[in-house]
Design a protein around this ligand. Sequence first.
Ligand SMILES: Nc1ncnc2c1ncn2[C@@H]1O[C@H](COP(=O)(O)OP(=O)(O)OP(=O)(O)O)[C@@H](O)[C@H]1O
Ligand SMILES: [Mg+2]
Length: 265
Amino acid sequence: MAITITMGIQKGGSGKSTTTGILSHLLGEDGYRVLAIDMDSQGNLSELLTNKPANNFVEHSILEAMQYNDPKKYIVNINDHLDLLAGNNFLATFPRWIYTSRRYTGEKIPYSANPSLILNRTLDVVANEYDFIVIDTPPSLSEQTTNALAASDYVVVMYECSNWCYSAIPNFMDSITAAQDVSSKNVEAIGILRTMNDIRRNDAKAFNNLIAEDYPSLVFDTIITRKAPIGRLSLYGFEDNKELNKAIYQYKTFYKELINRVRNK
Ligand SMILES: Nc1ncnc2c1ncn2[C@@H]1O[C@H](COP(=O)(O)OP(=O)(O)OP(=O)(O)O)[C@@H](O)[C@H]1O
Ligand SMILES: [Mg+2]
């Protein structure tokens, strides 16, 4: 049965998609069978993993997988270890479908159970075929996010060291607790990842320390700094990227910490 890990925070531009992409890559490199899920209509994770525009996955995405409850039909194979259920702009019509039973095409597909458990139901179909399922979420508490949380064993809380991200954390922790209440899964915060860090800036240092004081047992020791090769991953991807090692070496220590925590649960 796959272990499901979601990257999230209700704050934009905090490294969620980048971290989900790198984590998928590192798990696959480690020999695990991985399914990556793009629950954000921006489709950034899909573009990062495939090097193709997210529009290529219209009518072949996580939205259809959930609506027809048939994930296998919509899986995109990335490599021997990694599969993807892609996202694109039409994922924004997910709530409309839940509450009207109509797809954006007009087709009627009723769904009457708990609206936060749709992704959970769909992932159950393939959970035995993977070791890990990793989920990228949008920067808001939308139905996509509540579904991702309710389908998760663990959540990595993303923390880009700034005041607005700091103030988003308590709300996000509440969202994790709310997901626990509806889900049969644990839905547990496995850690807080400090990322996009400009370690020369005093305010970043202060926000690093502040979060470590607030959540001493949750913060990962690894701090991901702001680095051009990480930003350029969105251009070069994971195949034939000459600076891949520079982009992911900090993430390797985060990966070790994360796997240790998961193993020790
Ligand atoms: N450590 C880093 N160093 C430099 N650039 C980074 C780093 N992490 C992410 N980026 C870049 O910063 C931008 C935001 O990162 P990313 O898209 O991963 O954040 P996000 O939380 O998924 O954003 P959104 O909330 O819009 O979904 C992207 O252009 C990404 O390439
Ligand atoms: Mg993103």
